[in-house]
Design a protein around this ligand. Structure first.
Ligand code: NAD
Length: 445
C-alpha cells in the first residue's frame, strides 16, 4: 500500500483521495481553502456527490484519509503526489494554468527522490512536458511526471473511479507510468501507456466526442420535430449499433457542466493556435448554444412575448446527482428569460438557495415546487432529477396561470402531459400532424 498526497479537494481530488483510502492506501488530501479543509476534517463534504460523505467518514475513522493545508506535512513521505486542481478557462479564452503551476511549484521542493508527480487535472497538450521541464530546471531529476487524466463523471463519480472504462498513463518515463498504473490494479480495465502529450489529447478528444454526440442528437432532434418523428425512439434505435453505443444520445436543452464546455473551448483554442480550423468542434459548440435559443423560442411560441411573464425552472444543477452549476444550462436559460423581461423562479432538490443567490441573484428559489408553480406562466424542466417523477402534475397544473410545459430533457411523455391539459413542448418530439409538408417535399403534393 502506498503513501499518496492529493493536491486539490474538489470533485476529482476528493473522490480520488477517498477511493484510494478505501482501497487501503494512506492518503493526505490538501487544499488551500482553509474552511473546506476544516469541514472535511469533521467529515463534512462540501459538495453533493452520492456516497462521498460515507466514504470520507470511513476514511477519516480508519485513519487512512487525512486533510490538511501544508504540503510540507505530507509530500515528503509520499511516493505519489496527484495534482487535481482546477484548470478553468481564463479571461483570454485559454486555459488558466496558474492554479496548476502554483500547485506544482508548491509541492516540488518537498518531494523526495523517486516520487512520482501525477497530473490528474485536465490540461492542454504540452503541459506535462512543461512540468517535466520545470522539474528538471528546478533540479529535481529524481522526480518523474506522469499524466493520468480522470474520466469520472459527477453523480456517478465513485462508481466511475472504482470501475473505470480505461486508465491512461502518459510519461517519457515508462517505469514511472507503470508504477502509476499499478495503483489501479484493483480494476481489470484496459491500461494505455503512452507519452504525456497523447494522454492529454486522449482526455480532450474523449470529452469533445461526448459533446459531439449530444449536439449531433440535438441536430437530429430538430429534423425529427418537423417530420413527425420521436427522437427518443431514434436514439434507442441507434444505441444498439456497437459502433455508436448507448451513451450521450439524448436530445434536449444541451450540455453544460465543469468539463465539456471548457474542454471543447480549450481544444478549439489549441486547434486555432496550430493554424487549424476545428470546424466540427465549432459547430458542436454552436449547436449547443442554439439549444437555449430554441428553448426560448418554444416558450415564445406558447406565450407570445415573455415580457412580464413568470417562468419556473425545474432543476438548476447541470445534471441530476450533483450540485455543480458550472456552465449549467439553467443559468443560461434564466439569463435569456430575464433579458426578455420574464421573472425567473427555480426549484432544485439539491442545489442550495445560497449558492444560486451567489451565481444568479435574480432567480427566486423555492423549496416547494408546487409553490413555485403558483401563478406561473410556464414551467421549464432543465434538470431531469428522478425526484421530479414524484411530482403530481395534475395538482401542479391548476396552480399555474398558463398550462405551458417546456420539457428540456424529454422527461415526460408528450401525450400524458397533453391529456392532463398542458401545452407541451419537448425537443425533437414530433407528432404525426407535423408531417403535413412531407408529400410536397418528396414531390407528390
Ligand atoms: P474543483 O474546482 O472542484 O476543485 C479544485 C480544488 O483545488 C479546489 O478545492 C481548490 O481550492 C483546490 N486548489 C487550487 N489550487 C490549489 C493549490 N495550489 N493547492 C491545493 N489546493 C488547491 O475542480 P474539479 O472539478 O475537481 O476539477 C479538477 C480537475 O479535474 C480539472 O482540471 C478538471 O477539468 C478535471 N476533471 C474534472 C471532472 C469533474 O467532473 N469535475 C472530471 C474529470 C476531470
Amino acid at each position: 500500500m502506498a503513501q499518496i498526497t492529493i493536491v486539490g479537494c474538489g470533485y476529482v481530488g476528493l473522490v480520488t483521495g477517498a477511493c484510494f483510502a478505501r482501497l487501503g492506501h494512506q492518503v493526505a488530501c490538501l487544499d488551500i481553502d482553509e474552511e473546506k479543509v476544516q469541514r472535511l476534517r469533521q467529515g463534512q463534504v462540501p459538495i453533493y456527490e452520492p456516497g462521498l460523505d460515507l466514504l470520507v467518514q470511513q476514511g477519516l475513522s480508519s485513519g487512512r484519509l487525512t486533510f490538511g493545508l501544508d504540503v510540507a506535512d505530507s509530500v515528503p513521505g509520499s511516493s505519489f503526489v496527484f495534482i487535481a486542481v482546477q484548470t478553468p478557462t481564463g479571461a483570454n479564452g485559454k486555459v488558466d494554468m496558474r492554479p496548476l503551476v502554483r500547485a506544482v511549484q508548491s509541492v516540488l521542493p518537498h518531494m523526495s527522490a523517486g516520487t512520482v508527480l501525477i497530473q490528474k487535472s485536465t490540461a492542454p497538450i504540452g503541459t506535462g512536458q512543461f512540468v517535466a521541464r520545470l522539474i528538471a530546471s528546478e533540479q529535481y531529476p529524481s522526480v518523474s511526471l506522469v499524466v493520468n487524466p480522470e474520466f469520472l463523471r459527477e453523480s456517478t463519480a465513485i462508481e466511475d473511479f472504482m470501475n473505470p472504462d480505461r486508465i491512461i498513463v502518459g510519461s517519457s518515463d515508462r517505469a514511472a507510468a507503470e508504477r502509476v498504473a499499478v495503483l489501479y490494479d484493483f480494476s481489470d480495465c484496459p491500461v494505455v501507456v503512452t507519452n504525456s502529450n497523447t494522454a492529454e489529447m486522449i482526455k480532450y478528444a474523449s470529452n469533445c466526442f461526448l459533446a459531439t454526440k449530444i449536439s449531433f442528437m440535438n441536430e437530429i432532434a430538430s429534423i425529427c420535430e418537423h417530420n413527425g418523428v420521436d427522437v427518443r425512439q431514434v436514439s434507442e434505435g441507434m444505441s444498439h449499433d456497437r459502433g455508436i453505443g448507448p451513451g450521450f444520445l439524448r436530445a434536449g436543452i444541451g450540455w453544460g457542466g465543469s468539463c465539456l464546455p471548457k474542454d471543447l473551448k480549450a481544444l478549439i483554442q489549441m486547434s486555432d493556435e496550430a493554424g487549424q480550423n476545428a470546424r466540427l468542434l465549432q459547430a458542436v459548440q454552436k449547436i449547443n448554444s442554439g439549444q437555449i435559443r430554441r428553448a426560448v423560442r418554444k416558450l415564445e411560441t406558447a406565450l407570445g412575448s415573455l415580457e412580464g411573464t413568470v417562468i419556473g425552472l425545474l432543476g438548476l444543477a447541470f445534471k441530476p446527482g450533483t450540485d455543480d452549476m458550472r456552465f449549467a444550462p439553467s443559468l443560461q436559460l434564466a439569463d435569456a428569460l430575464r433579458r426578455r423581461g420574464a421573472t425567473v423562479r427555480a426549484h432544485d432538490p439539491v442545489v442550495a438557495i445560497d449558492k444560486t443567490r451567489g451565481l444568479a441573484p435574480y432567480i427566486d428559489c423555492y423549496s416547494d415546487p408546487y409553490e413555485m408553480a403558483s401563478e406561473a406562466d410556464a414551467l421549464a424542466l432543465v434538470t431531469e432529477w428522478p425526484e421530479f417523477r414524484q411530482l403530481d402534475m395534475g395538482e401542479l397544473l391548476p396552480r399555474m396561470r398558463c398550462p405551458v410545459l417546456l420539457d428540456g430533457r424529454n422527461f415526460w411523455d408528450r401525450r400524458d402531459m397533453e391529456d392532463l391539459g398542458f401545452t407541451y413542448a419537448g425537443f425533437g418530439i414530433g407528432s404525426p400532424a407535423d408531417v403535413a409538408q412531407i408529400p410536397s417535399l418528396i414531390g407528390i403534393g
